[in-house]
Ligand binder design. Structure first.
Ligand SMILES: Cc1cc2nc3c(=O)[nH]c(=O)nc-3n(C[C@H](O)[C@H](O)[C@H](O)COP(=O)(O)OP(=O)(O)OC[C@H]3O[C@@H](n4cnc5c(N)ncnc54)[C@H](O)[C@@H]3O)c2cc1C
Length: 434
């Protein structure tokens, strides 16, 4: 069992809302900063902490898309995941291993409450009152929000189409994919790659037909480590400069994209609201393909399946869907038709959350939506939740995808770890100075 470095015996009682990767990182960071594990509660309805959306998979074909050497759970022990996994620094491990690793760092004294938090109310005594889905209430000195992303996105062409077992709206709902020979996938990004590999591995006769506007697949990591460029903020502090920085990199676009990582949040904050909106609308899809790359081995496997004719990728716009008894068919604007037994939506999730807690926090004006309605209104320099008028809460924090509107790239593990450890430092800094 991991030995915790107790810096102070803080009596602070902290609630973490959501026990996916962000919530689990927060618990690990809080414990290392000196908050006693018995004073930490993680509200998470799922059985296993650390899984959330991304790390619940049991499929060995689903790989991490960040190299092992960058995935330590502990900020001051950067080699920790490498040592735990005995894998080389530049390798891409199975994603299913990651929550096991994270849970190994959680003290057994932390209370895992299998409840949704439905309401949070700041109280006069500087505490926050939490209401759970069971109706029970409990008071905390601080709360950390880590509810992740919103619902799976639904494309326009499916709006108004009645639910059908032929349409898999949320591929990460924990249910196995239905059995069928030909699977249609709407979307050709990272989720598509996972779903396609799972479907194809089940039966050599299976095939996948994927459709998206561009028909572009995610880019892949190089086979050996690259050295990122080291741009400064003034190189990219407008959208025009960012575009010219990326275009100037030519073949070295990976080095250029990875080099932005340390200054991404600052860059995003210098952009005007119009620049942010334009970037997402016109450059977004290319950016995500290049920023979140698949492991080289996964790329090889996808290439082989395409060569074998088991993955067919189309570009185009869907104009109509026809749901039959045994088949589902998509008609494209060029008049062609794609048919299969099932349609899986692989276009990611909304950045705008619609869960009861978020709706309640917004309705009671404890906070508002983040820029572009992505995540929540958060002060990224402190991690504290902001009210609609810009006033800061003193004891409610938010991290991970909830910061996407303010920080943009806030979903990958290296960013989440950094945020969790900063929150823990901030929550314990008064005690530690004594
Ligand atoms: C399929 C996939 C693969 C990814 N692969 C990688 C990768 O290889 N490398 C990488 O760096 N990043 C990867 N990411 C990105 C990143 O790691 C995830 O976005 C990350 O898991 C975010 O974690 P989270 O805890 O914030 O959100 P989630 O994983 O969504 O977890 C949120 C949790 O909060 C709970 N919850 C929600 N509302 C409440 C409430 N009101 N009360 C109590 N609980 C609540 C939910 O049940 C859920 O378990 C991937 C993301 C996805 C979706």
């Amino acid at each position: 069992m991991w030995q915790y470095r107790v810096v102070s015996n803080s009596g602070k009682k902290v609630l973490i809302v959501g026990g996916g990767a962000s919530g689990t990182f927060t618990a690990i960071a809080l414990t290392r900063a000196g908050i006693e594990p018995v004073n930490i509660v993680i509200a998470e309805p799922r059985e296993l902490l650390g899984e959330g959306l991304a790390y619940q998979t049991r499929d060995e074909l689903h790989r991490l898309n960040v190299p092992t050497g960058r995935l330590s759970a502990i900020e001051d022990l950067p080699d920790d995941f490498m040592e735990w996994s005995s894998a080389p620094s530049y390798s891409f491990m199975e994603r299913r291993t990651y929550s096991t690793y994270l849970r190994g760092h959680l003290s057994g004294e932390i209370r895992h409450l299998r409840e949704f938090v439905t309401e949070l109310k700041p109280e006069a005594n500087e505490k926050v009152l939490a209401t759970y889905s069971s109706g029970l209430q409990e008071s905390f000195d601080a709360v950390v929000l880590s509810m992740g992303l919103g619902e799976a996105r639904i494309p326009e062409f499916l709006k108004g189409v009645p639910d059908s077992p032929r349409i898999i709206k949320d591929v990460w709902d924990g249910k196995p994919l239905p059995e069928g020979r030909t699977l249609l996938c709407f979307g050709t990004g990272l989720t598509f790659i996972d779903i396609a590999l799972t479907h194809l591995a089940r039966d050599p006769r299976n095939m996948v037909i994927a459709i998206s506007g561009s028909g572009n697949l995610p880019e892949r990591h190089e086979r050996s480590q690259i050295a990122p460029f080291t741009p400064t903020l003034s190189d990219v502090d407008t959208l025009e400069k960012l575009r010219s920085y990326l275009a100037g990199a030519g073949e070295s676009w990976r080095e250029a994209v990875d080099g932005l990582r340390p200054i991404m949040e600052a860059m995003w904050r210098t952009f005007t609201p119009e620049e942010r909106e334009e970037f997402l609308r016109t450059d977004g899809s290319n950016w995500f393909r290049r920023r979140h790359r698949i492991a080289p081995e996964v790329g090889d496997r996808v290439d082989a399946e395409i060569r074998a004719g088991r993955i067919v990728v189309k570009s185009g716009k869907v104009s109509k869907v026809l749901v039959g008894e045994e088949e589902i068919a998509l008609t494209l604007e060029d008049g062609s038709t794609l048919a299969g037994e099932y349609l899986a939506l692989c276009i990611g999730r909304d950045y705008e959350l619609s869960d009861p807690l978020t709706l309640n926090l917004v309705a009671t004006e404890e906070t508002s939506r983040g820029p572009l309605r992505m995540g929540l209104h958060v002060d990224v320099s402190t991690g504290l939740l902001l009210k609609p008028n810009g006033d800061s809460h003193t004891n409610i924090f938010a991290l991970g995808p909830l910061r996407s509107g303010e920080a943009f790239e806030s979903t990958a593990i290296p960013e989440i770890r950094k945020q969790a450890f900063a929150i823990a430092r901030s929550l314990t800094s008064v005690e530690n100075q004594g």
